[in-house]
Write a protein that binds this ligand. Sequence first.
Ligand SMILES: *Cc1c(COP(=O)(O)O)cnc(C)c1O
Length: 373
Amino acid sequence: MRKEELRTPCYIVQKEKLEENLRILKRLREETGCKILLAQKAFSMYFLYPFIGKYLDGTTASGLYEAKLGAEEMGKENHIFSPAYKEGEFDEILSLCGHIVLNSPSQIRKYKERIRQAGKSPGIRVNPQCSTQKEHAIYDPCAPGSRLGTVREQLSGELMEGIEGIHFHTLCEQNSDALEVTLKAVEEKFGCWLPKMKWINFGGGHHITRTDYNIPRLIRCIRHMQETYGLEVYLEPGEAIALNAGTLLTEVLEIVENEKKIAILDTSAACHMPDVLEMPYRPPLKDSDLPGEETYTYRLAGPTCLAGDVIGDYSFCHPLAPGERLEFQDMAIYTMVKNNTFNGMKLPDIVLEEAGDCQIIRSFGYEEFKRRL
Ligand SMILES: *Cc1c(COP(=O)(O)O)cnc(C)c1O
């Protein structure tokens, strides 16, 4: 069907854009021999897992359900990290995952031997205590008091005995200069164990598919770890895989005025793009500009009861009217995995666009709201 025929709100994932990203990642794998996993946390549209699996080595999970989804729908390498595994879930995790990353000394004591006996590869998540960004403190696993990863002082030779890999995840939407700085800290703190490891996982947060990303420097980082320590290098980006590969189509319901013009949409920041409020950030919107740049400026807001359900201020070269459709950009990642039905909001349908044709993959209604309550 054509885009004009779609019911709003809906997420439209653009297969060609996704493929552009995947091609960049595949080239990196081929050039360096590193392995790249889809971190499902950012993008779990499993309809596309078989397609993504043609370009990447597998999936990584933050818990049992993501591990199960990766195994069922992609069926390639399957890794997992969790700050604390549940005893009752661990046997199933062992059956689903080849690489299991442990977070703390007590988790190592509890699970290391079971992982080895199952013939799987145990790793440890380390905290290199090297913060490389200050803008988003809630996304900084190296912040003081962090529960994510073990710091150097808490490790010992006895704990590391039998551990096969080192995992760190400290970046968020960053370039390879931050990776380079972090790798230095990892080598400085954990260098004595690196030669004994089989693999190292650089985590996610690498914005590899962004136009200003410095790939040659990333390649140097990968080669350095491969050549110096003989390690298999893994990357597990989430955002980079579906960056700029989807939109959120919405309709203007009403215009109200109070000091400024406010357009009420059939989509909500709180429900359908929670990172807009959590990060916070102003999502790009097609055919619009910053407030005041064009003649007609509007505040765009959701229809929920939350006063702060505001997406942002945007300007247009024509006045908005009820029934007009707007398309927010870069809405594939951290949207459908995080959305909710707060206030009885309908979940956006999930649509795949390929060669100009739109196919509805999932459609949601009243039942989704009711069933969870
Ligand atoms: C979130 C996360 C990722 C993916 O991060 P992106 O910022 O989406 O690239 C990878 N690994 C771990 C352990 C994570 O928590």
